[in-house]
Design a protein around this ligand. Structure first.
Ligand code: PLP
Length: 261
């Protein structure tokens, strides 16, 4: 029999355009040679222009899917994206306490058009139950500020480690300042230089955290996983495709910089 395939599980919202959310995560996993599993937390009605409506899934059904998967085919890494409601955050946290797996938390709070993808009252549970203990949290600067009250990337990243994350990647790509990301771990922090892109591309945050999760599932160490994922997503941004009337989607290709799992 062939060697076991690395497995990554995404717990996230559905984006019917395919540009973000579950649909993108599964594609990113496949392009990294990783088997993707997916538990939806919400349906959304959206176009490439805006999110029109979100319909949270029943938290107990999210939980039942997780129990079934975690017992049958435990993933090497779990990626958390849009979680929609406080009840869903709590249900997931209870199960991950019982069946711990390394997790990458993309704290999806709002879409670029301003729509809420996580209800406000869930912020506290997100921080106390899922950020605490995460292998990595990947907020953009606005999300980092909402979670910590701090806008300085180095200070916000340090605060996220204080909250219990093992590492934090604070992304500057959408802010007015330099397009650089700050990666902070217990051993110290490092700036990862980025490029400012003229085009605002849908799904860059989801895609980056999924690519990091896929690389971790293959056994790559955290710093290399983040660096490699960032380079790969930058190529996807440069090759973005205008599929509809709104923002273009990532133009992704097979990840060709991977060592054997
Ligand atoms: N829809 C879903 C399901 C998402 O997870 C996200 C982002 O994480 C979005 C929409 C919004 O993507 P963007 O921030 O590119 O607007």
């Amino acid at each position: 029999m062939a060697d076991p395939m690395p497995i990554a599980l995404t717990i996230a919202g559905s984006d019917p355009t395919g540009g973000a959310g579950l649909q993108l995560d599964l594609r990113v996993f496949a392009l990294h040679g990783v088997h993707g599993m997916a538990v939806p937390t919400a349906l959304t009605v959206q176009t490439t222009q805006s999110v029109r409506r979100t319909l949270p899934c029943f938290p107990n059904v999210v939980g039942e899917q997780l129990v079934a998967l975690l017992a049958d085919a435990p993933p090497h890494v779990i990626k958390l994206g849009m979680l929609a409601t406080d009840d869903t955050v709590l249900r997931i946290a209870d199960l991950l306490d019982r069946f711990p797996r390394p997790r990458v938390v993309d704290p999806v709070l709002r879409a670029s058009d301003g729509s809420y993808l996580l209800e406000r009252r869930a912020l506290r549970s997100l921080v106390e139950r899922l950020v605490a203990g995460a292998a990595l949290i990947t907020p953009n600067l606005d999300e980092a500020e909402t979670l910590t009250g701090l806008r300085d990337p180095e200070a916000a990243a340090a605060a996220l480690l204080e909250m219990g994350a093992q590492a934090a990647l604070v992304k500057g790509g959408h802010a007015d300042g330099p397009p650089d990301d700050f990666l902070c771990m217990a051993e110290g922090g490092t700036w990862l230089r980025g490029e400012r892109h003229a085009r605002d591309v849908h799904g860059t945050g989801c895609g980056l955290s999924a690519a990091i999760a896929a690389r971790l599932a293959r056994g790559t160490d955290l710093v290399e996983a983040v660096r490699g994922a960032k380079r790969w997503i930058e190529r996807g941004i440069a090759n973005a495709n205008a599929i509809g009337r709104g923002r273009p989607v990532l133009g992704l290709s097979l990840a060709d910089d991977l060592s054997a799992p």
